[in-house]
Design a protein around this ligand. Structure first.
Ligand SMILES: [Zn+2]
Length: 133
């Protein structure tokens, strides 16, 4: 396992090939020390970029798009993308995306005529989570 700070930077920018992204995700899952490093890199970047605008852009760069969350909820995402979204929500714990997903989930639930807001936790198994029948 040989992951440099540059790798982590590129990872945060999603500037790596898909297999590199998943290699680093796997490493982060199994390595609390590396996860701390990632947090440090992120904190450093926060300190480097004070303006709201740049923070917003950076957040948007690392966050999956709303379309992608929609596909995630419908279960039509490729597994590696769904993995990234779960990682982003659970491990990174991104509040923007958690809110975004909750909002989309509510919309889809209303559109499907179920009439009830689902209150299932996001992080249950995706199979149970995505079941709409
Ligand atoms: Zn996010």
């Amino acid at each position: 396992m040989n992951i440099t700070r540059e790798d982590l930077e590129a990872y945060l920018d999603e500037a790596l090939a898909a297999e590199e992204m998943s290699r680093i995700e796997d490493a982060l899952r199994g390595d609390p020390q590396l996860l701390r490093e990632l947090t440090q890199v992120q904190t450093q970047r926060d300190a480097d970029q004070h303006s709201l605008g740049s923070i917003w852009r950076r957040e948007r760069l690392t966050c999956p798009s709303r379309d992608r969350f929609g596909a995630y909820l419908l279960g039509t995402l490729a597994p590696e993308h769904a993995d990234y979204i779960r990682f982003h929500l659970e491990t990174v714990g991104c509040r923007y995306c958690q809110a975004n997903l909750a909002d989309l989930q509510q919309q889809q639930s209303q559109q499907s005529g179920e009439g009830q807001v689902r209150r299932k936790r996001y992080f249950q198994s995706s199979a149970g989570y995505l079941k709409r029948e």
